[in-house]
Design a protein around this ligand. Structure first.
Ligand SMILES: NC(=O)c1ccc[n+]([C@@H]2O[C@H](COP(=O)([O-])OP(=O)(O)OC[C@H]3O[C@@H](n4cnc5c(N)ncnc54)[C@H](O)[C@@H]3O)[C@@H](O)[C@H]2O)c1
Length: 257
């Protein structure tokens, strides 16, 4: 599998931390150059910036400050890929998550979710597709969640946005499949990152451990590297006939119980 992303160029939003960081590193391990596009350079949970880690391992990467809710920032991230030969793979991964009571959600609360989780993916796909159509095609992978298809708790705005990301993926797969741009999504279950360890503490808590053991067939939460492998598979030539797919990476929880 090692060389199937050789000489490819990936732009990964939210690449500083968590799943995005693992996605960047997996692309680089398989020979791709990587643009890390994020609000912040250093990982949320500390450590060396993703692009520096990749460069220290002998890979090619750069960091671009990018707020995905701003289309111009997304354009800059895709522009930065030109230095490596132009974007082949766009991973619309940046997202936000928090618990909320539906009856308390304000217009501002909902808008914040829509701006990052929906608008960020929509225009991330748009700026990348424009560039891919001018070049030799490419692959777009959007980050959904199993929250799109099953309720796991009190996350109505988040679940709504992930449903939207999933629908958008199907729509774009139909729009661009005939023009050499494949569009797919990954649907992770609960994965240990700052999002699930700090924003909504689940992973690493006693209650979370009990839930994992009793409700997830594999009896554990996922790792960012496991999400990254799924993303890189969809981006790679191994997935050359995969289009409009949502790849569930959840230890089996969605289709059981
Ligand atoms: N962790 C999980 O259990 C889980 C499960 C399913 C889906 N996901 C999805 O995976 C993606 C990554 O989540 P994570 O768990 O790695 O979270 P994380 O909080 O660890 O990392 C998210 C990264 O996105 C960046 N980011 C946030 N808002 C941004 C913005 N407006 N513009 C640019 N970058 C921004 C943050 O700075 C951070 O570096 C999200 O789309 C999330 O919904 C996560």
């Amino acid at each position: 599998m090692g060389d199937r992303l050789e000489d490819r160029v990936a732009v990964v939003t939210g690449g500083a931390s968590g799943n995005g960081r693992a996605i960047c590193r997996t692309f680089a391990d398989r020979g791709a150059s990587v643009v890390v596009a994020d609000l912040r350079e250093t990982p949320r949970q500390g450590g060396t910036p993703t692009h520096e880690l990749i460069e220290a391992d002998g890979g090619e990467a750069t960091f671009v400050e990018c707020d995905v809710s701003d289309r111009a920032d997304l354009e800059s991230a895709v522009d930065a890929a030109e230095a490596f030969g132009g974007v082949d793979s766009m991973v619309n991964n940046a997202g936000i998550f928090r618990g909320e009571e539906f009856l308390d959600v304000t217009e501002a609360d909902l808008q914040a979710f829509l701006d990052v989780n929906v608008k960020g993916v929509f225009f991330g796909a748009q700026v990348a597709a424009e560039r891919m159509l001018e070049n030799d095609g490419g692959s777009i992978v959007n980050m959904s969640s199993i929250g799109a298809v099953r309720a796991l708790g009190t996350y109505p705005s988040y679940d709504l946005t992930k449903g939207a990301v999933t629908s958008l993926t199907y729509s774009l797969a139909d729009r661009f499949g005939g023009e050499g741009v494949r569009v797919n999504a990954v649907m992770p279950g609960i994965v240990g990152t700052a999002m699930t360890e700090e924003d909504v503490p689940i992973v690493g808590t006693e209650q979370g451990d009990r839930y994992a053991k009793s409700s997830i067939p594999m009896a554990r939460f996922g790792e960012p590297d496991e999400v990254a492998d799924a993303v890189c598979f969809l981006a790679s030539e191994e997935a050359s006939y995969v289009n409009g797919e949502t790849l569930v990476v959840d230890g089996g929880v969605t289709h059981t119980g």
